[in-house]
Design a protein around this ligand. Structure first.
Ligand code: 3PY
Length: 248
């Protein structure tokens, strides 16, 4: 199946007008014609800047969050339709940092995915277990429950979603799942998708959780790893470009 890999930079709450501009200029100077799809997700306040900097380039624009609401009295929220105005192509939903610090539940995440899809934005649905859940043998149960919420709320599984497996114990810790550990969970997610859609092989399942320039090639060589959601390494142009280069 001809499915291009997808490499997404999650800048988290990092950047400034000056830092964004120099990072993007370095990326554009080095990216050439990538064999994979590439996107960056800056903090939302910088969308207009990034839209202008990336115009006409092979790098797509993404965001780190989207409101559960469509419009109205929801102070601080930004709707999927508003994001669309800035050319946003991808929206990360359900990152474990939001599940943990903003008390986002599976239902919130599913509604966010639904809002994104309705606006023509591809949700990148993050799933992943904590260290304790892994140690208790709960990994498969947790990731399947998190993905099931999105599948059920949407009534079907659109091949337009992207799934990102991000073991919580590997986020911001420098610890990475081994390629075998990651592939095992990706295979579980693929099997779950196969149970609900004939297009399961078209759904991209990214690995996230301290993917970096040194470990990307091995992770991306696994049969069910279709790309990466990159945290810290996406803030260094040279590292991010190496990861892009490793995604054939
Ligand atoms: C990480 O790699 O730390 C991430 O959280 C990517 O989203």
């Amino acid at each position: 199946m001809n499915k291009r890999k997808l490499i997404v930079g999650n800048w988290k709450m990092n950047g400034s007008l000056a830092a964004n501009e120099s990072l993007v200029r370095e990326l554009l100077a080095g990216i050439g014609q990538p064999r994979c799809e590439v996107a960056v997700c800056p903090p939302g306040i910088y969308l207009a800047q990034l839209q202008a900097l990336l115009a006409g380039s092979p790098i797509e624009l993404g965001v780190q969050n989207v409101s559960t609401h469509e419009v109205g009295a929801f102070t601080g929220d930004v709707s999927a339709e508003m994001l669309k105005d800035f050319g946003v192509r991808y929206a990360i939903v359900g990152h474990s940092e939001r599940r943990q610090h903003q008390a986002e539940s599976d239902v919130h995440v599913a509604i966010k995915a639904k809002r994104a899809l309705a606006a023509g934005i591809t949700p990148i649905v993050c799933v992943g277990e904590t260290l304790r859940e892994r140690e208790e043998g709960m990994t498969d149960f947790i990731v399947k429950r998190q993905l099931a919420a999105v599948i059920h709320l949407n009534g079907h599984c659109s091949s337009e979603i992207v799934v990102a497996y991000e073991p919580v114990w590997a986020i911001g810790t420098g610890q990475t799942a081994t390629p075998e550990q990651a592939q095992q969970v990706h295979a579980v997610l693929r099997a779950q998708l196969k149970g609900v859609t004939e297009h399961a092989d078209r759904v991209r399942i990214l690995y996230g959780g301290s993917m970096n320039a040194a470990n990307a090639a091995e992770l991306l060589a696994q049969p069910d790893i279709d790309g990466g959601l990159i945290g810290g390494a996406s803030l260094k142009a040279a590292d991010f470009l190496k990861i892009v280069g490793a995604a054939a």
